[in-house]
Design a protein around this ligand. Structure first.
Ligand SMILES: NC(=O)c1ccc[n+]([C@@H]2O[C@H](COP(=O)([O-])OP(=O)(O)OC[C@H]3O[C@@H](n4cnc5c(N)ncnc54)[C@H](OP(=O)(O)O)[C@@H]3O)[C@@H](O)[C@H]2O)c1
Length: 307
């Protein structure tokens, strides 16, 4: 059974998801469909799409082409493109309607893609309009969440929320923990689950891997011996997230790496000592791959980058 994480509204979300917003899949048409089929056939039953990736239609096509039923796959989309940039109920209804039209179904989870999607000062109003769409049945059964929200944005939502955001999707890995501590407190307070993207950044995007690399390497080698399979550092990072109750949204366009992502599900949990070692080392460095959104009016810590 794939690992799942229970959200505050009781819905279960597969702990590992495959996103079609990176790896050149956005706007790629058939490539996004074909790679989606590969991911689903590898056993990753959770697709992360967004209006701004232009892959919502392809998400639905991949599910159909895989032979799976719609209800076998957890689908998330993110709202960002409104027909004009206003935040009226009509604008949001039209924008959500565009996503529903492309998907051909109601997603399991819908996120506001960034706190800068709503007009300035209108986050609360935007959230209320989304709640209305859940209540009037347009988004029946859909959970609501946010993405790239800073602590102050979470507070804006919580001032008005009748339906709580179930997740905040953001770049998350051990090298951003220190920066995000105030945000993690807000998540804890409101029962918001982290959905990570860019989670493999310490290994794939940091210029050297920093001090975490030997720690991940050591754990990967131990898991390889124990499982009799080849486990790499990216899998240890995914496993660390899942064991901490974080939904790991990753991606790949390659069958070999998709198989590794799926195989991560079958590995044993990391021990408390292994989890703590990853965090203790991670907190000594500050490295962020995606700067946009999360650094504005949310100062980054003065820590070494670990290069
Ligand atoms: N909400 C937001 O603002 C936001 C922002 C960014 C991303 N996202 C979402 O999150 C998804 C993932 O984002 P991300 O690409 O930053 O995630 P990531 O997990 O940090 O990186 C994914 C990359 O890792 C590579 N990879 C996977 N397994 C590997 C392995 N075993 N060894 C070496 N490389 C491996 C893949 O390349 P190969 O194709 O070469 O395997 C892929 O390009 C996106 O597609 C999107 O859905 C959301």
């Amino acid at each position: 059974m794939p690992r799942t994480i229970t959200l505050s509204d009781g819905k279960k979300i597969p702990a590992i998801g495959w996103g079609n917003g990176t790896g050149g899949l956005g706007k790629s048409g058939q490539k996004a469909v074909d790679t989606g089929v590969l991911a689903l056939k590898a056993g990753i039953l959770h697709i992360d799409t967004a209006q701004s990736y232009y892959t919502e239609k392809e998400t639905a096509e991949a599910i159909k082409a895989s032979g799976l039923k719609r209800e076998d796959v957890f689908v998330t989309t993110k709202i960002s493109v409104t027909s004009n940039t206003k935040t009226t109920q009509e604008d949001i209804k039209r924008s959500v309607g565009e996503s529903l039209g492309l998907l051909g179904f109601i997603p399991d989870l819908l996120l506001i893609h960034s706190p800068f999607v709503p007009e300035d000062g209108k986050i609360g109003e935007f959230w209320t309009h989304l709640e209305d769409l859940v209540e009037d049945g347009t988004l029946a059964g859909c959970s609501l969440g946010v993405s790239n929200f800073r602590p102050q944005d979470i507070e804006e939502v919580m001032k008005v929320a009748k339906i709580k955001p179930v997740v905040n999707q953001l770049e998350y890995h051990p090298y951003v923990i220190t920066h995000l501590e105030p945000l993690l407190e807000a998540h804890e307070k409101y029962g918001i689950v982290i959905e990570s993207y860019g989670g493999l950044s310490p290994v794939l995007r940091h210029p050297t891997g920093g001090p975490l690399k030997p720690v991940l390497s050591k754990i990967a080698s131990k898991l390889s011996t124990e499982s009799g399979t080849t486990v790499d550092e990216t899998q240890v990072l995914l496993l660390w997230q899942v064991c901490r109750g974080i939904v790991a949204v990753t991606s790949s366009t390659k069958a070999e790496n998709l198989a590794k992502i799926a195989a991560t599900e079958k590995l044993r949990d990391l021990t408390e000592d292994e989890l703590a070692e990853i965090e203790d080392v991670g907190k000594t460095v500050h490295f962020r791959a995606y700067k946009v959104h999360m650094t504005k009016d949310f100062p980054e810590p003065d820590l070494p980058t670990g290069e």
